[in-house]
Ligand binder design. Structure first.
Ligand code: ADP
Length: 390
C-alpha cells in the first residue's frame, strides 16, 4: 500500500486474519501505518524510481491516498505490476475536472459546473447560472442565489482535501485566490443541500460488487465529524437510486476496491454527486463495527480479487464520530472513563501525535435507539478530545 496514514493502518489490520503480507511505502517512520507494519519502505511517492523499487516483489499495489501521479502508475502497470484501482480509474478521484466530465458523459447528476479561466470567467459562469445554464443534468439551480448568479463554488481540480482547495465566492473580486495555485479551476453552482450523504461500494476485478447502506455524513468546518448508518429518514427509492448510481460509477470507471461517492441531498429531494474517493473512506469507518464485512476487509478482498464479503449492517444504527486533537496531548488517560461508561464503545486510535483539530481517531457505537447511539458516540469523542469532562 502506498501512503502511511490511518487508512493504511486499518487496511493492514484487516489483512492480518487473512495472513496477507503487507508492505508499506510511507513518508516517515512516525506515520500512522508505519508504526505497525513490519515491512516499511520510506520514500517519496512522487518519485518514479522510489515507486519502482518499492513495487518490486509486490503482487499488487493499492493506496491510502490518491496523490500518486497518474503517469507513474501507468509506468508501474507497464512494468507488469497490477495497480488497483488502476490509473485510468484513479484519475477520476485525482482530478475533479476529469471526474465531472466523465459523470456528465455517463449521465450521473452533478452540480452544474465548468472549468473557468480567470475571475472574469467566474462572473460569466455565475451569469450563465442565473440564466439557467450551463446545461447539465442537475436541472434546477441552488438556493440562496443572489444577483449576478453568485455565490459560486470554486475548486482547484487537483490537490484539495478536507475543504482545502474549495472557495465559496460572492463576487468577481473574491474569485482571485483559487487561480494563484496555477492549477485549473472548476466552478460549480452552490448546491442548496439539506445534508451530505455517501454511497459506498466495493468492486473486484472479476466485476463482483457490493453496496453498503447509504450513510449521512455531517461535516464541521469542512471536516467529517459524524457518520450515521443508515442515513436517517432517507426515502427508500432515493437510497436505492444512490446505491445503484455508485455501483454504476464503479463499473463504468472500472474501479477496483472501495469507492466512496460523496453526495448532496438537495432541498428538492434529489441526490447529486459531489466527489469520488477510490480507497477506504471516512464515511465507511462505521463498517468496522457496524457491518458484517468492513470496508477495509472488502478493499483487501477486492484488491486481491477474492470474493467480497457481506456489506449488510449488524445493528439497526451505527454512528461514527471522529476524534480530533484537543488541548490534551495524552488521550489515553480518557480511556478509563470512556470504557467504564460504555462497555459497547469501540475506540479506534491512529497513533498520531495530538495536534488541535487533527483527526487522531474515531469511535463507533451501535444499537436500536438512534438518539442513544448518537449521544454515546458524541460523548466518547468529546471526552477523548477534552471538550467534555464528565
Ligand atoms: P474536498 O476535496 O476538500 O473534500 P469537496 O469537493 O468535498 O472538497 O468540498 C468540501 C465541502 O465543500 C463539501 O463537503 C461541501 O460541504 C462543500 N461543497 C463542495 N462543493 C459544493 C457545491 N457545489 N455546493 C455547495 N457546497 C459545496
Amino acid at each position: 500500500m502506498i501512503g502511511g496514514g490511518q487508512l493504511a493502518r486499518m487496511t493492514h489490520e484487516a489483512g492480518i486474519p487473512l495472513g496477507i503480507r503487507f508492505k508499506l511505502l510511507s513518508d516517515t517512520p512516525q506515520d500512522s501505518a508505519a508504526q505497525v507494519v513490519s515491512e516499511v519502505v520510506l520514500g517519496d511517492y512522487r518519485d518514479l524510481d522510489t515507486l519502482r523499487d518499492f513495487a518490486r516483489g509486490c503482487d499488487v499495489i493499492t493506496f491510502d491516498h490518491e496523490h500518486v501521479p497518474t503517469e507513474h502508475l501507468r509506468a508501474l502497470e507497464a512494468d507488469g505490476i497490477p495497480v488497483r484501482p488502476g490509473p485510468d480509474a484513479l484519475v477520476h478521484a485525482q482530478d475533479k475536472g476529469v471526474m465531472r466530465a466523465k459523470l456528465d458523459a455517463i449521465g450521473v447528476p452533478c452540480p452544474r459546473h465548468r472549468i473557468v479561466a480567470d475571475p472574469r470567467d467566474v462572473a460569466a459562469f455565475a451569469a450563465e447560472l442565473e440564466r439557467g445554464g450551463p446545461e447539465g443534468p442537475s436541472g434546477k439551480g441552488g438556493g440562496g442565489r443572489r444577483a449576478g448568479g453568485f455565490p459560486v463554488v470554486l475548486k482547484t481540480v487537483r490537490g484539495g482535501y478536507d475543504g482545502k482547495g474549495v472557495w465559496v465566492v460572492d463576487n468577481e473580486a473574491e474569485a482571485e485566490a483559487p487561480f494563484k495555485a496555477g492549477v485549473p479551476v472548476l466552478a460549480e453552482e452552490k448546491v442548496d443541500f439539506v445534508r451530505e450523504l455517501a454511497a459506498n461500494v466495493v468492486r473486484s476485478p472479476h466485476g463482483q460488487a457490493v453496496a453498503y447502506p447509504v450513510v449521512e455524513s455531517r461535516q464541521v468546518d469542512g471536516v467529517c465529524d459524524t457518520v450515521i448508518a443508515p442515513a436517517p429518514d432517507l426515502d427508500e427509492t432515493l437510497a436505492l437510486q444512490a446505491e445503484e448510481m455508485a455501483l454504476r460509477i464503479a463499473k463504468e470507471l472500472d474501479v477496483v476496491g472501495h469507492l466512496a461517492v460523496e453526495l448532496f441531498h438537495t432541498r428538492d429531494g434529489r441526490v447529486l454527486v459531489n466527489e469520488l474517493a477510490m480507497r477506504p473512506h471516512n464515511s465507511g469507518h462505521w463498517t468496522q463495527d457496524g457491518a458484517i464485512t468492513s470496508q477495509f476487509a472488502n478493499h483487501v478482498r477486492a484488491v486481491l480479487d477474492l470474493p467480497l464479503g457481506d456489506p449488510r449492517p449488524r445493528a439497526k444504527w451505527t454512528v461514527m464520530v471522529n476524534v480530533l486533537g484537543g488541548d490534551y496531548p495524552d488521550m489515553y488517560s480518557a480511556y478509563l472513563h470512556c470504557m467504564a461508561r460504555d462497555p459497547q464503545l469501540k475506540i479506534h486510535m491512529y497513533g498520531k501525535d495530538v495536534k488541535p483539530g487533527r483527526k487522531v481517531g474515531h469511535v463507533n457505537t451501535y444499537g436500536d435507539d438512534l438518539d442513544d447511539v448518537l449521544e454515546r458516540a458524541r460523548h466518547a469523542a468529546g471526552y477523548l478530545r477534552g471538550t467534555i469532562t464528565e
